[in-house]
Design a protein around this ligand. Structure first.
Ligand SMILES: [Zn+2]
Length: 288
C-alpha cells in the first residue's frame, strides 16, 4: 500500500526530481506500472475525475495550504496520455512553490509540452516542472536505467515494450529512452511526411531537418510502407541524409508507423570518419 509522509515531502523543496525521489524512497517496494492514482490519493487528492474538459487538458483545485485537492483529467483514448496529465497535476499539488490565485490550476495542451526553465517566467517554469514531475514519477530513472542495462543498445521495439511496462504513451517513453540511453540516439516525430519535432540525446550531433519541413527524401521514413504498430528493420544511409555534421560515415534508421499518419523514427550513429582523412578534407577545403 502506498504511503506518503507529507511533512517529509514538504521539506524537500521545489525540485520535481527530488520530490519524486522522496516519494519513491518512502515507497521502496513500489511496483510497475507506477500506481499513480494511489499515490495521488495517499498524498491528499480526494477525487480524480476523467471527463470532457473544455479548453484544458487537466485541472487541479486545492486549498491554500495544499493539504487536499481534486483533479480533473481530460478524457483521452490513450490511457498513457491521461496518466501523464494526472502526473502533471499532482506535480503542481506536491510542489510547495507552485501557487495560483484561488488554488486553481488550469493546464492546456501546450502547458503539458513545456520543457526547460531558463529565462522564462514563473508560469512557464511551473508548467515545465510539473511535466518533469510527471515524467519522473511515471518512468522513474533508476528503474529505467536497470531496464536499459538489461536491454542494451537502442531499438524501437524496446520503446514499445517499455511503454507497456510503465503504462505510458510511446512518445513519452521514447523521449525518456533517448535521454537515458547509453547508445547516443535521436527520435523524430512526424506525420504524413512532415517533421513535427526532434528529441535527441545531448551528445547526438546536429540534424539537417526542421519542424514542419518534409522528412528527408532519401530516408527510410519517407518511403516506409510497413504495417501500423510494427517496427521496421534497421537501414543504413549516408550521414547527410539526416545529419548536418560531417564527422560520421553513416546514420542508422528504424521506423515505427503509428495511427493517423504518425511515424516515429529512431536514429543512431554509424562509424566516425577517420580523423586524419577529415583534417585532410578540411585543409583541402581551405586551399580550394
Ligand atoms: Zn500545469
Amino acid at each position: 500500500m502506498v504511503q506518503i509522509d507529507r511533512m517529509l515531502l514538504d521539506d524537500i523543496g521545489g525540485n520535481p526530481v527530488k520530490i519524486v525521489a522522496e516519494i519513491l524512497r518512502q515507497n521502496s517496494g513500489i511496483s510497475l506500472p507506477i500506481p499513480l492514482e494511489e499515490i495521488a490519493k495517499a498524498a491528499g487528492i480526494v477525487s480524480i475525475e476523467y471527463r470532457a474538459l473544455d479548453g484544458c487538458e487537466g485541472m487541479l483545485v486545492t486549498d491554500e495550504n495544499k493539504r487536499e485537492g481534486i483533479i480533473a483529467v481530460r478524457e483521452r483514448p490513450v490511457e498513457g496520455r491521461m496518466r501523464f496529465t494526472l502526473g502533471h497535476e499532482l506535480g503542481h499539488f506536491l510542489n510547495p512553490w507552485h501557487k495560483k490565485p484561488g488554488g486553481e490550476f488550469l493546464c492546456s495542451t501546450d502547458d503539458l509540452k513545456k520543457t526547460g526553465d531558463k529565462q522564462r517566467d514563473d508560469n512557464f517554469r511551473m508548467e515545465s516542472e510539473a511535466n518533469t514531475f510527471a515524467a519522473e514519477i511515471l518512468i522513474p530513472r533508476q528503474e529505467l536505467a536497470k531496464d536499459l542495462r538489461r536491454l542494451k543498445g537502442a531499438d524501437m521495439d524496446h520503446i514499445v515494450t517499455l511503454s507497456k511496462r510503465y503504462n505510458t504513451s510511446k512518445e513519452m517513453m521514447a523521449r525518456r529512452y533517448i535521454d537515458f540511453q547509453d547508445d547516443t540516439a535521436a527520435i523524430i516525430f512526424s506525420r504524413n511526411g512532415r517533421i513535427i519535432y526532434v528529441h535527441k540525446h545531448q551528445y547526438f550531433p546536429g540534424l539537417c531537418v526542421w519542424s514542419d519541413n518534409p522528412v528527408p527524401p532519401g530516408s527510410l521514413t519517407s518511403q516506409y510502407k510497413g504495417d501500423e504498430g510494427t517496427s521496421s528493420n534497421w537501414a543504413e544511409h549516408p550521414a547527410d541524409t539526416w545529419l548536418s555534421s560531417t564527422r560520421y560515415e553513416s546514420v542508422h534508421e528504424q521506423v515505427l508507423r503509428q495511427q493517423d499518419g504518425f511515424m516515429m523514427t529512431l536514429l543512431t550513429l554509424g562509424d566516425k570518419k577517420d580523423e586524419e582523412e577529415e583534417s585532410l578534407v578540411k585543409s583541402w577545403g581551405k586551399k580550394f
